[in-house]
Ligand binder design. Structure first.
Ligand code: MF3
Ligand code: CO
Ligand code: CO
Length: 270
């Protein structure tokens, strides 16, 4: 049987991977995470997002891997870099970072056919108090979602855990973008919503691979996409943050494929 067709698919269209598939996802996820670890020291005022993206592209190539985003639906870069009120899908360019800018860098690589997708927040220069709170809440919201991942729980349980935590901190969860299944493909069922009701949605099963990637705004949740057809921004111009891990469901919970080898995933690693 061809490799792509091993395992089975649930009635919701979600692929159930085999035990041996976890190793490939760990290799892909670790590379994406390591690239973000290495890029961290280059994020500073005066640096351009285009230069950061070129460094990322070079690192992907040096590892003998492939960028999943270059050529994806016409996208031309190895990363998305979303600064301040940009929610996601920011296009790297020649604008210089300023002191206090917060930015999400999102990298997806393909290693031996497996996709590793992760993003995290960085700061150029000094982090303001209100931005620090946003980053901490967004990071912790992702972790609350991950803690809800175990066989028998539902995707609604995951979204609910995230939403409840974010709103308890008087911030808002973006509804217009979601996480996704992945594996030997970039975006597969299900849509992983970062809000929802406990007990609703598809039931989690061992062998499901997906991302959780909540976007959290300091203001209202609404977004709009700019004329470049990619850049999503908050409608009220409020600051937005995002953290993303790729994970696989195990019998007892889940494994995170995109753990940071240098432990730089959390907002205050410096
Ligand atoms: N990595 C993004 C995600 O988390 C997708 C980026 S697609 C691109 O799903 F084309 F904008 F790069
Ligand atoms: Co993703
Ligand atoms: Co991503």
């Amino acid at each position: 049987m061809k490799q792509q067709h091993r395992g089975r698919v649930t009635k919701d269209g979600i692929r159930i991977h085999e035990a041996g598939d976890f190793a490939g996802m760990h290799r892909a996820g670790e590379l994406a995470a390591r690239i973000l670890d290495e890029i961290a020291e280059h994020v500073r005022p005066g640096q351009t997002t285009g230069e950061l993206d070129r460094m990322i592209e070079n690192k992907v190539e040096a590892a003998g891997a492939t960028s999943a985003t270059i050529g994806y639906k016409g996208y031309r870069h190895a990363s998305c870099i979303s600064v301040n009120h940009v929610v996601c899908h920011g296009i790297p360019g020649d604008k210089q970072l300023k002191d206090g800018d917060i930015l999400n860098i999102d990298v997806t690589v393909i290693v031996d056919g497996w996709f590793g997708d992760t993003s995290r927040m960085f700061v150029a220069g000094k982090l303001s108090r209100k931005a620090e709170r946003l980053l901490q809440v967004t990071h912790d919201a992702l972790m609350k979602g991950i803690e809800a991942v175990r066989p028998g729980n539902t995707f609604g349980d995951v979204g609910h855990a995230i939403q409840e935590f974010v709103e308890a901190n008087r911030m808002s969860v973006v509804r217009d973008f979601c996480g996704h299944g992945l594996g030997r493909v970039f975006h597969a069922p299900p849509n992983v919503l970062h809000y929802g009701r406990a007990g609703t949605g598809a039931v989690l099963e061992e062998g499901m691979f997906f991302t959780i990637e909540p976007m959290v705004n300091l203001g209202r949740p609404e977004t709009k996409v700019l004329a470049d057809d990619w850049t999503a921004v908050t409608r009220d111009k409020s600051l937005s943050a995002q953290y993303e891990h790729s994970i696989g469901v195990t019998s007892g919970g889940c494994e995170i494929f995109t753990l940071s080898p240098a432990d730089r995933f959390h907002p205050t690693w410096k």
